[in-house]
Design a binder for this molecule. Sequence first.
Ligand SMILES: *[C@@H]1O[C@H](CO)[C@@H](O)[C@H](O)[C@H]1NC(C)=O
Ligand SMILES: *[C@@H]1O[C@H](CO)[C@@H](O)[C@H](O)[C@H]1NC(C)=O
Ligand SMILES: *[C@@H]1O[C@H](CO)[C@@H](O)[C@H](O)[C@H]1NC(C)=O
Ligand SMILES: *[C@@H]1O[C@H](CO)[C@@H](O)[C@H](O)[C@H]1NC(C)=O
Ligand SMILES: *[C@@H]1O[C@H](CO)[C@@H](O)[C@H](O)[C@H]1NC(C)=O
Length: 327
Amino acid sequence: MFGLLTLLALTRALVASQTPPIRQIYTFPNNTFIEDIAVRQNGDLLITSMSVPTLFNLDPTADNPVPYIIHTFPNASGLANIVETAPNIFTLVAAVWDLAATRVVNNSAVIWSIDLRSDARAPIVRQIAAVTNSTSLNGLASVHGGSAGPHLVLAADSALGRITRINLDTGSIDTAFSDPLFEPLGSDPGTNLGINGLLAHKGFLYFTNSAKGIYGRVAINEAGDRIGDTEIISTISFAGNYDDFAIDGSGTTWIATHPNNVVAVQADDGSQTVLTNETLLLNPTSSAFGKGSETQRHTLYVTNGGEFVGNDLVNEGVVAIDLSGET
Ligand SMILES: *[C@@H]1O[C@H](CO)[C@@H](O)[C@H](O)[C@H]1NC(C)=O
Ligand SMILES: *[C@@H]1O[C@H](CO)[C@@H](O)[C@H](O)[C@H]1NC(C)=O
Ligand SMILES: *[C@@H]1O[C@H](CO)[C@@H](O)[C@H](O)[C@H]1NC(C)=O
Ligand SMILES: *[C@@H]1O[C@H](CO)[C@@H](O)[C@H](O)[C@H]1NC(C)=O
Ligand SMILES: *[C@@H]1O[C@H](CO)[C@@H](O)[C@H](O)[C@H]1NC(C)=O
């Protein structure tokens, strides 16, 4: 999540690059801020919005994809991040959001598990825990120590600059660790978004810090504890804000970046390629690779938060970037 209101004040990025083909998959109705994406084992996309507490399913291979509602969560105004914690079982955050303040309303953040193994139209939904002291639960990462180990989700608390650990088996919550590189720049909307995107990958917890413009990582163990120093991999090279991201098979990270970008960061040297498109990348919030066919696996799906026209947020949705020539 990054505050759209704040973005209006930012200088537009003057970054040009050869951008691979992008196509719109689906556009949501006005004022449906789209936040995150996860991909089911069958290749369908799960889409969250911070404006409605509804999880949407979208088949990106359909000729004219139309989303259907998987579930609407109670006592919430919107959903934030979603992560797959076991095949076809997902964890997400529902809360009452104060979007202008880019934070949650006190005592409203709840972690839910949603099991789509038998039937996505009749999911098994379970409340895991209420995270009463969170100010802004944002990125989620799945960590599990094999069949015997705990099943954990690590959550980025953007305003507090900490990693909250949620045990999916017991519902217990604690602070796993914090770090100066996770902290926000201030308490104003936008500047309060420190650590944001999270992904557990090959023994490391990868993260973005939106306010500080950092992409980095820290080694973790199966208990979700840090076991190394935090490293900076890249620092944003223009007036933009890193958000959530995906890592491809060669280790390149594809970061959804506001205002009109996807930034590809190479694993070996942290060098960055900036993709820009001012009509199809509109405050990108998250990205995920497709599943299934060769074509799907080289397609990066990017959610767009949308752009303001007057007081309306418009053109929010999902686009597909064809990376068959790149990855
Ligand atoms: C945006 O992407 C579309 C589709 O790939 C392309 O036709 C268009 O030229 C791009 N626009 C800009 C400003 O790069
Ligand atoms: C919703 O909130 C109300 C008031 O706090 C509470 O009584 C109710 O149990 C909540 N519902 C769910 C499904 O959590
Ligand atoms: C929310 O909680 C914070 C921290 O406990 C507190 O400072 C703030 O006043 C609370 N806000 C409201 C509206 O209650
Ligand atoms: C939130 O509450 C839990 C449980 O009391 C505690 O372990 C954790 O440190 C608290 N987190 C923050 C950010 O205060
Ligand atoms: C969406 O918002 C735009 C900008 O205000 C407006 O022109 C358009 O009519 C709206 N669309 C609908 C369906 O209300």
